[in-house]
Design a protein around this ligand. Structure first.
Ligand code: DAH
Length: 358
């Protein structure tokens, strides 16, 4: 046991000040204050001293212990600060480094096709209208002249929502045609709208998905006639497929909400399992249309003696598949990024509303 705590203190404080690493400092702390350390050892000797001496030496040892612990703590803080400064200097961010190239996102073919169709029909004076995905039976069927028990109801494979207390069931719209009804209830003619939107049918294979997209068109005015319908749709088909003299034919058909009704076919060539759009001896159906059935106008409170209109409806996925060579409709909704990188479009290539498509 030393008789000179001051000399020990000086010795330890010098060693502490000389320590340049946290490891060295920790070693000093263990050597002096640790369980088997020097000062701890002195403390243990106190028990064998006579009370007088124990008191004076005890006080001196406690003061030594406190001073040494404080000195080590302070040096530890200094070293930690210096260490942090050194790391900050070494890790400095180099703001002059070029950014890592990020793959730009792609526009989904559905969005692109909607944009293209809207750009073409928008230039003809059609405005966009929207309606709810969840419909009432009346809007989806009855008002469109598809009464209960009408065979067209079975063809639509409708998704019904759980029934309400009065037995009334809402449904997911099976086509965009109910937006014709909403619009005619809310606006007076002249009306010229297009309705891009989601539609639903219980169907799933290479050309059907339970959720898909349609664009509906409706024009109502006092003198609207079939010539307008034909001119508008022939122009649309040629602009959309980018074939100036694309053959387009109107084939008589049936829809409850139009009279007369037609389906529109465009010319195509089928060769060795390949399909090309343009001049050829084959035809491909792309949309349905007709003159609005007077009953539908009357259901919306429009005087069918004064007004007449034309309407059309087409599937967006089908239009995209034909133009961009996409074979399976289900792939539109699989969220596969490799597919999107291949079939998607640059966000800078959005079709312009004026001057045709770029
Ligand atoms: N709603 C029809 C369907 O989903 C498509 C359609 C045909 C819409 C003729 C029309 C139309 O507006 O005139 O099959």
């Amino acid at each position: 046991m030393t008789d000179d705590p001051e000399a020990i203190k000086t010795e330890i404080l010098e060693a502490t000040a000389a320590a340049t690493t946290l490891d060295r400092l920790e070693a000093i702390r263990v050597e002096e204050l640790g369980k088997k350390g020097r000062i701890t050892g002195f403390m243990k000797e106190l028990g064998s001293m006579d009370p007088e001496r124990r008191k004076t030496v005890g006080l001196a040892l406690n003061a030594l212990k406190t001073d040494v612990a404080a000195a080590i703590e302070e040096r530890k803080r200094d070293l930690a600060d210096a260490d942090l400064d050194a790391r900050l200097m070494a890790d400095a961010v180099d703001v002059t480094l070029p950014a890592r190239p990020e793959k730009p996102g792609r526009v989904h073919p559905i969005s692109q096709t909607i944009d293209e169709v809207v750009a073409i029909l928008g230039e003809m004076g059609f405005a966009i209208a929207e309606g709810p995905d969840i419909e009432d039976d009346w809007y989806n069927f009855t008002a469109l002249n598809i009464p209960p028990e009408h065979p067209a109801r079975q063809e639509h494979d409708t998704f019904y929502l759980p029934g309400q207390n009065d037995g009334h069931r809402m449904l997911l719209r099976t086509h965009t045609s109910p937006v014709q009804i909403h619009t005619m209830q809310q606006q007076k003619p002249p009306i010229r709208i297009i309705v891009p939107g989601r539609t639903y049918r219980c169907d799933y294979d290479a050309t059907h998905s339970p959720m898909f997209h349609q664009i509906e068109g409706l024009a109502v005015d006092e003198s609207t006639h079939m010539g307008h319908l034909k001119g508008c749709l022939i122009e649309f088909c040629r602009a959309y497929f980018g074939v100036e003299d694309l053959p387009v034919r109107f084939r008589p058909s049936y829809f409850p909400f139009t009279e007369p009704s037609a389906e529109v076919d465009i010319g195509c060539i089928r060769e060795g399992g390949e399909l090309r759009i343009g001049h050829g001896d084959d035809w491909l159906e792309i949309l349905g249309c007709g003159m609005v059935n007077p009953k539908v106008l009357e259901n919306c409170g429009i005087d069918s003696g004064k007004y007449q209109g034309f309407a059309f409806g087409m599937g967006i996925e089908r239009l995209a598949m034909l133009k961009y060579g996409i074979a399976d409709l289900r792939t539109f909704f699989e969220s596969d990024l490799r597919w999107l990188r291949h079939y998607g479009f640059s966000a800078l290539d959005v079709p312009s509303m004026v001057g045709g498509l770029n």
